[in-house]
Design a protein around this ligand. Structure first.
Ligand code: ATP
Ligand code: MG
Length: 397
C-alpha cells in the first residue's frame, strides 16, 4: 500500500530537515517546497495527502498559498492543510484558518505533537483511512466512560488526570465531556470561567459538524480538551429532552468527537437513566470507579448485574479502585471475593495532593506528575492505553 504523502512548504532549511526526518521516520513519503509559489505548484503536481504550510515565506506567504491551493482544487477534493504558526499569535491562527487551513500548530512544536496532529487530521478528513503511513488502518478514537459506583469516589479526579496523562505523556488527543448535566464540576476543578459553551450547545446545534464542535470545545493548558456541562442545573433538562426526542443527536456528537480524538472520555453522573444508558451502549469501555467500602461494593454488584443484563461483554466493563491503599477495613482480596471478579486497576490514596489540586484549580497531573498520586494515575493511563490497543482495533498512531 502506498505511503501517505506529505508536502512540506517552508523556506527555513533547518525546519525542513527536522520535518523531513520526523515524517520519514514515521513512514510518510515527503516532498518539499521552499517558497509559497513552488508550494502551490507542487500541491498540484505531487498530489499530496496532507500539506504542512509555513506562514512567512518568500514569493507567496502561507495564507495566499493556502488560498490559491484551495481555489485550484477540483470540487470534492480538499487536501488537509496544517499551518505552522508562531507562538501565541491568535491573529495568525485565525487568518490561517480563514484562508482555508484545517489546523495549525505553534512553533516550536514537539515532533510527536505534530505527528499526532497529522494523524488526527488524516483520520478525520478520511484521507488516512486505509492509507496511513506504513499501511496501518486508521480507526475511530475510543469512547471511554468514567462511571461512579457512588458519589464522591473520585470519578472526576481520575477522568481529568488520566486524560491529561494520555495527552501529555502518550501524545493522545483526548477530549473530556462533562456529562454530570446538573452539577458538572470541571469548571471548578480546572479553574474555568462560566462564560463558555457547553454540551447543550453541541446537542441543540442542528448542523453540528467537526468545525462547529471544535468551536464549542475548550482547550485547557494541561493539554486536555473539554466539552463542559451547562452552568445551571435547569439546562440539564434541555439535554435530557433533546436526547429523548432525538437520540441520534447524541450519537452524532459522539461520532464527531471520536473522529477528532484518540480518546473521548465522559465523566458521568451516577443515575441510570435513558441518557446514561445510551452512553453505556455507545461506549467502547466503561470504567466503574469505586472505593473499597460496603455501600460501594453493593453498588458495584448492582452495576455489574445491570451491565450483564444489558448484554455487554465482561471486557467492556472495568473496575477502577480509587484510594486503593486507604484503610476501610476491607482489603482488595475481600472486595474481589465479594464481587466474584478481579478489580482491574488501582489508584492510590493521597488526600493532600488530590485536595490541594482541587483547591488550586490545577490538576496534580499537570502540577506534580511525578508525585505518588501522579505516578499512580499515569500508570493507570498507560495500562488503559495498552488495553485499548490490544482489545480494540489499532489506534491511528
Ligand atoms: N486518589 C485519591 N486520593 C485522595 N483523595 C482523592 C483521590 N481521588 C479523589 N480524591 C478526593 O475525593 C473528593 C471527591 O473527588 P471527585 O470530586 O473527583 O469525586 P467524584 O466521584 O467525581 O464526586 P461527585 O460525586 O461529586 O461527582 C475530592 O476531594 C478529591 O480531592
Ligand atoms: Mg464528579
Amino acid at each position: 500500500m502506498a505511503a501517505t504523502k506529505v508536502l512540506v512548504i517552508d523556506d527555513d532549511l533547518n525546519i525542513q530537515r527536522v520535518l523531513v526526518f520526523t515524517l520519514k521516520q514515521e513512514g510518510f513519503e515527503v516532498v518539499v517546497a521552499s517558497d509559497g509559489e513552488a508550494g502551490v505548484e507542487m500541491a498540484r503536481s505531487a498530489a499530496p495527502d496532507l500539506i504542512l504550510m509555513d506562514v512567512a515565506m518568500p514569493k507567496l506567504d502561507g495564507y495566499v498559498a493556502t488560498h490559491k491551493i484551495r481555489a485550484a482544487e477540483p470540487a470534492g477534493k480538499r487536501v488537509p492543510i496544517i499551518m505552522l504558526t508562531s507562538e501565541g499569535d491568535v491573529e495568525q491562527r485565525v487568518r490561517g484558518l480563514r484562508a482555508g487551513a484545517d489546523d495549525d500548530i505553534v512553533k516550536p512544536f514537539h515532533p510527536l505533537e505534530l505527528i499526532a496532529r497529522i494523524r488526527a487530521l488524516l483520520a478525520r478528513s478520511g484521507v488516512g483511512a486505509g492509507a496511513t503511513a506504513g499501511g496501518a488502518q486508521t480507526t475511530l478514537g475510543r469512547l471511554c466512560l468514567f462511571y461512579p459506583a457512588k458519589g464522591g469516589v473520585g470519578t472526576t479526579t481520575i477522568a481529568i488526570n488520566t486524560g491529561i496523562a494520555l495527552a501529555r505523556e502518550l501524545n493522545r488527543r483526548t477530549l473530556l465531556v462533562d456529562a454530570n448535566l446538573q452539577f458538572g464540576d470541571l469548571r471548578v476543578f480546572l479553574d474555568l470561567g462560566l462564560d463558555t459553551a457547553s454540551i447543550v450547545n453541541a446537542l441543540t446545534e442542528p448542523d453540528l459538524d467537526t468545525e462547529l464542535l471544535r468551536n464549542l470545545i475548550v482547550r485547557h493548558h494541561s493539554g486536555l480538551d473539554l466539552l463542559l456541562a451547562p452552568t445551571s442545573p435547569e439546562a440539564a433538562d434541555i439535554v435530557v429532552e433533546r436526547t429523548r426526542s432525538d437520540p441520534a443527536s447524541l450519537t452524532h456528537l459522539l461520532s464527531l468527537a471520536r473522529r477528532l480524538y484518540d480518546y473521548t472520555f465522559v465523566d458521568m453522573a451516577k443515575t441510570i437513566d435513558d441518557f446514561n444508558l445510551q452512553l453505556f451502549d455507545e461506549a467502547d469501555l466503561i470504567f466503574v470507579v469505586m472505593t473499597a467500602d460496603l455501600s460501594c461494593l453493593k453498588n458495584v454488584q448492582l452495576v455489574l448485574r445491570t451491565m450483564d443484563n444489558l448484554g455487554y461483554q465482561r471486557a467492556k466493563v472495568n473496575l477502577v479502585l480509587n484510594r486503593a491503599n486507604a484503610y476501610t477495613g476491607i482489603n482488595v482480596k475481600n472486595a474481589e471475593s465479594v464481587l466474584g471478579r478481579s478489580i482491574n486497576y488501582h489508584v492510590i490514596n493521597e488526600y493532600r495532593a488530590a485536595i490541594s489540586a482541587l483547591n488550586s484549580g490545577e490538576p496534580f497531573m499537570s502540577s506534580r506528575p511525578d508525585g505518588p498520586l501522579g505516578r499512580s494515575v499515569s500508570e493507570f493511563a498507560r495500562e488503559m492505553d495498552k488495553l485499548t490497543a490490544a482489545e480494540l482495533a489499532p489506534a491511528a498512531r
